[in-house]
Design a protein around this ligand. Structure first.
Ligand code: COA
Length: 178
């Protein structure tokens, strides 16, 4: 990575996503190089995701990485089920736009989300699904403490064939005490 490239990425600001970001986040999620890894559909209208993205979720963390006015990436930690007995769990979503990939933005977003989970929200377990062929994402998750828990055969349709996915999870490395 050259120094100028790195400096550009250093100027990215990570902040919470607001309802008015919804259209830009939706456009980010729908672009080639992103939608394939997220189970989004190609050519889905930006408007098709607006209702969901504008809704504020209590007990969730939603972050955007902003390069000026552009959404360079986003991350979310979402409640997986409304039961109190799974309140210690969040599901992770993470994406970075192709022109920003490989420049540390995904790692920064993930580190910020994990700080929220570990130090503020009392989350014990963060879980996710990732396509088994998504080497970059798997390398990042392993680096950040996630371990593979299982493999799901023919989990999803991707560009004309069924692909497996891995379930991965990270337990709080040092759960809070008194
Ligand atoms: C997966 C994704 C979020 C990673 O974000 P990123 O900003 O590209 O990743 P980073 O630059 O922060 O890289 C962090 C680590 O990932 C790994 N990595 C990065 N590029 C890689 C590559 N080309 N191949 C393998 N591993 C790679 C490395 O471990 C790297 O750490 P290092 O730079 O210290 O070696 C991003 O590529 C993406 O959004 N892809 C499309 C959507 C998607 O697949 N999301 C995940 C769904 S589960």
């Amino acid at each position: 990575m050259d120094a100028a490239h790195k400096a550009d990425a250093d100027a990215i600001i990570i902040r919470s996503a607001e309802p008015e970001d919804a259209a830009r986040i939706s456009a980010h999620l729908g672009q080639p190089g992103v939608f394939e890894g997220l189970l989004q559909m190609p050519d889905a209208p930006v408007a098709s995701r607006l209702e969901y993205l504008q809704k504020m979720e209590s007990n969730a963390c939603r972050l955007v990485a902003m390069a000026g006015d552009e959404v360079a990436g986003c991350a979310g930690l979402h409640v997986q089920s409304a039961t109190l007995r799974r309140m210690h769990v969040r599901g992770l979503g993470l994406s970075v736009s192709p022109q920003w990939q490989g420049r540390g933005v995904g790692q920064r977003l993930l580190a910020r989300a994990l700080d929220w989970a570990d130090n503020w929200a009392g989350v014990l377990r963060v879980e996710l699904y990732v396509h088994a062929d998504n080497d970059r994402a798997i390398a990042l998750y392993r680096k950040m403490g996630f371990v593979e828990e299982g493999r799901h055969t023919a989990f999803g349709l991707k560009n004309g064939r069924y692909v497996d996915c891995l379930s991965m999870a990270r337990l709080h490395p040092n759960p809070p005490g008194l």
